[in-house]
Write a protein that binds this ligand. Structure first.
Ligand code: GLU
Length: 415
């Protein structure tokens, strides 16, 4: 097995390729190629056996040019400074693609969070929150959920922040439970936004989503909601996987049944259908492939064998740059992460607005505004990709980098 590519190298390579195409001013290029700030913290956690273990927490604030930094927190053993830096840069482009008034940030806690007991989970989140507090705020940096971080984790962090500043401030973090200042519709927003993108793409290309066969790699929040909403739009889910296994059912499987099974047994394995290997899943005969887990799963090695005609990235960074080139040459359209999964941060923006106004929207209003935003962003990216004959990721980056660069030029006396 080749080493996993370095995510920060990938993010930089993607950025420099588009900066070159745009002929971006060298000073601006240098400025945007490093995060504005990277914080690391020692996070002590009292374990249930009375031992205290110290974990590393990270928060990278890549850009404040278009507003407060914005992006999730992931609690996972694979987190590293380079990964968090890359994810924060991708957030800068993502918020710009969907035009929400935020910059880009990301954080992580390096730990096997899934193996923690419920009490350890709360202690770890609160300990990290107390260290994060001085560098976040509703006008500074607004965290959100990401891998392994739930609405409950967001509530603990908001609670710690409120104690620190002396009063509740729900707008410091998004993705909170609805009863604790969260927005209706935030939970489903990433998967739903992806489904809106896919639906719009089919509409724009004069085709129907009815009966299109979908493979979903990764069955966390984004994968589950993508499966559910795509099903309601007429698509057929034929295979799903999670970190423990993969199931293939060529005649189609029930998204709600799969979600129920995962809820009850903690895994997708054991569902009706044929068990397949992780590597096989990505290469199954299908129309739409939705990578919804972690980075760099579609590589130069497997890209030539991928049969999907459309890839919609629910995960951040699932496709390496070499794979992107191969897929583009083969005519496979990739709706990139910074567009396809931007529904999450779009509804996070709605949540922040509702928190600031202390005025809460009905669910349908959230869905309607999300759909409008996703369609507009998709149309802009598709138009540019087709008129310039470039991969969709390149087109999305062109739009985003221009918006961010413009904000820096307007605001910053040194540019
Ligand atoms: N973690 C999500 C992402 O990668 C959501 C970020 C947010 O809502 O701020 O887009």
């Amino acid at each position: 097995m080749p080493d996993k590519p370095n995510t920060w190298d990938i993010a930089l390579r993607q950025f420099h390729e588009v900066a070159e195409l745009l002929n971006l001013d060298p000073g601006l290029r240098e400025y945007l190629s490093v995060p504005e700030a990277v914080h690391t913290f020692s996070v002590p956690v009292l374990r249930d056996n009375d031992e205290t273990h110290v974990f590393t927490g990270i928060r990278s604030q890549h850009s404040f040019a278009r507003g407060p930094a914005k992006g999730g927190l992931r609690f996972h053993p694979g987190v590293s400074i380079d990964e968090v830096k890359a994810l924060s840069m991708w957030m800068t482009w993502k918020t710009a693609v969907v035009n929400v008034p935020f910059g880009g940030g990301k954080g992580g806690l390096i730990c096997d969070y899934k193996s923690f007991s419920p009490r350890e989970k709360e202690r770890a989140a609160r300990s990290f929150a107390r260290r994060l507090t001085p560098v976040i705020g509703p006008e500074i940096d607004i965290p959100a959920p990401d891998v392994n971080t739930t609405p409950e984790v967001m509530a603990w962090i908001a609670d710690e922040y409120g104690h620190y500043i002396g009063h509740p401030e729900p707008a410091v973090i998004t993705g909170k439970p609805v009863d604790f200042g969260g927005s209706r519709g935030r939970d489903s927003a990433t998967g739903r936004g992806l489904a809106y993108c896919v639906d719009r793409y089919y509409h724009n290309t004069g085709k129907s989503l009815e009966g299109q066969r979908v493979v979903i790699q990764g069955f966390g929040n984004a994968g589950q909601w993508a499966a559910k909403v795509l099903t309601t739009m007429g698509a057929t889910i034929i295979a799903i996987s999670d970190s423990r296994g993969a199931v293939y059912a060529p005649e189609g499987l029930s998204a709600t049944g799969a979600i129920q099974h995962k809820l009850e047994s903690g895994q997708v394995a054991g569902m009706p259908g044929e068990e397949v290997k992780h590597e096989e899943l990505l290469e199954l005969d299908c129309d739409i492939l939705v990578p919804a887990a972690l980075e760099s799963v579609i590589t130069a090695e497997n890209a030539p064998r991928i049969k999907a005609k459309l890839i919609a990235e629910a995960a951040n960074g699932p496709t390496t740059p070499d794979a992107d080139t191969i897929l583009h040459d083969r005519g496979v359209v990739v709706i990139p992460d910074v567009l396809a999964n931007a529904g999450g941060v779009t509804v996070s923006y709605f949540e922040w607005v509702q928190n600031r106004q202390r005025y809460y929207w009905p669910e349908q209003k959230v869905f309607d505004r999300l759909q409008k935003g996703m369609r507009q962003a998709l149309d802009e990216v598709q138009d540019l990709a087709e008129s310039k004959n470039v991969p969709w990721r390149t087109a999305a980056y062109m739009l985003a980098i221009q918006r961010v660069a413009h904000a820096v030029e307007v605001n910053h006396p040194d540019f």
